[in-house]
Design a protein around this ligand. Structure first.
Ligand SMILES: Nc1ncnc2c1ncn2[C@@H]1O[C@H](COP(=O)(O)OP(=O)(O)O)[C@@H](O)[C@H]1O
Ligand SMILES: [Mg+2]
Length: 225
């Protein structure tokens, strides 16, 4: 896909025919220098923005053909998001935050049970009723992981999910994402500037000059960077 921001002399070509594919259950990192287009790429896959040219297929569906209403419901059903700043609603409890995507998508009876189970798997069973502004940054990212998984999405997308954490907490959150991915056979696509902390992953996509280079190991320039 290609993404051009702005018009006329102010145009920025953030992605230049970046092409790749990701299989179900894969744990994928997106890397590249600052401003290389990582967030742009994730926003395209996350259906938060549309490519200027090209297509985004998710579960075999050409999402570029969906109108804005269909895109919203598709996004809520099929995609889970984890952001750098957990974006929790601070007036709500931990449990209520995890339940939010379910409520937007239409509730069903087992929602609370699912949320409790997920919160247990991320180690927060004792914090369910705490307000989201009373927990630590690492705990908030655990909540964000549970919230990202609650709708059993096809893909979980994360933009620098450990970018705001100290290195010890960051390592714990990375391992948690990897173990949840394995346990649930869940596809994860993660933008990160610290790929070396992830250990083995299924795929590393390097964005360079707007293009996507696929591999399963770090390129030399990434290790140095
Ligand atoms: N909304 C926008 N409007 C104009 N330019 C943008 C916008 N978002 C990103 N860009 C530009 O696109 C390029 C890629 O940005 P981004 O995807 O945020 O990179 P990264 O996440 O790798 O740091 C940069 O040159 C950035 O300035
Ligand atoms: Mg970015």
């Amino acid at each position: 896909m290609t993404k051009i921001y702005g018009i006329g002399e102010n145009q920025v070509k953030a992605l230049d025919d970046a092409t790749f594919s990701i299989g179900q259950g894969e744990f994928v990192l997106i890397v590249g220098s600052s401003g290389s287009g990582k967030s742009t790429l994730l926003n395209m896959i996350g259906l938060l923005d549309r490519p200027t040219k090209g297509k985004v297929f998710i579960d075999g569906i050409d999402t570029t053909k969906l109108d804005d209403n269909k895109i919203s419901s598709f996004r809520n059903k099929k995609l889970g998001f984890i952001f750098q700043f957990s974006n929790l609603l601070t007036d709500l409890t931990v449990l209520e935050n995890v339940l939010l995507p379910r409520q937007i998508g239409g509730t069903n009876g087992s929602s609370e049970k699912d949320a409790r189970e997920l919160l247990k798997s991320v180690g927060l069973e004792s914090q369910l009723n705490k307000r989201a502004n009373k927990i630590s940054g690492g705990q908030a990212q655990r909540v964000a992981i549970a919230r990202g998984l609650i709708n059993h999405p096809s893909v979980v997308l994360a933009d620098e999910p450990t970018g705001n954490l100290d290195s010890v907490t960051s390592g714990i959150i990375i391992q948690l994402m990897k173990s949840m991915a394995k346990k649930l056979n869940q596809t994860f696509i993660i933008v990160t500037h610290e790929p070396e902390h992830f250990g083995d992953v299924d795929k590393i996509i390097t964005i360079k000059d707007g293009r996507a280079l696929e591999g399963n190991h770090l390129r030399e320039e990434e290790i140095i960077a």
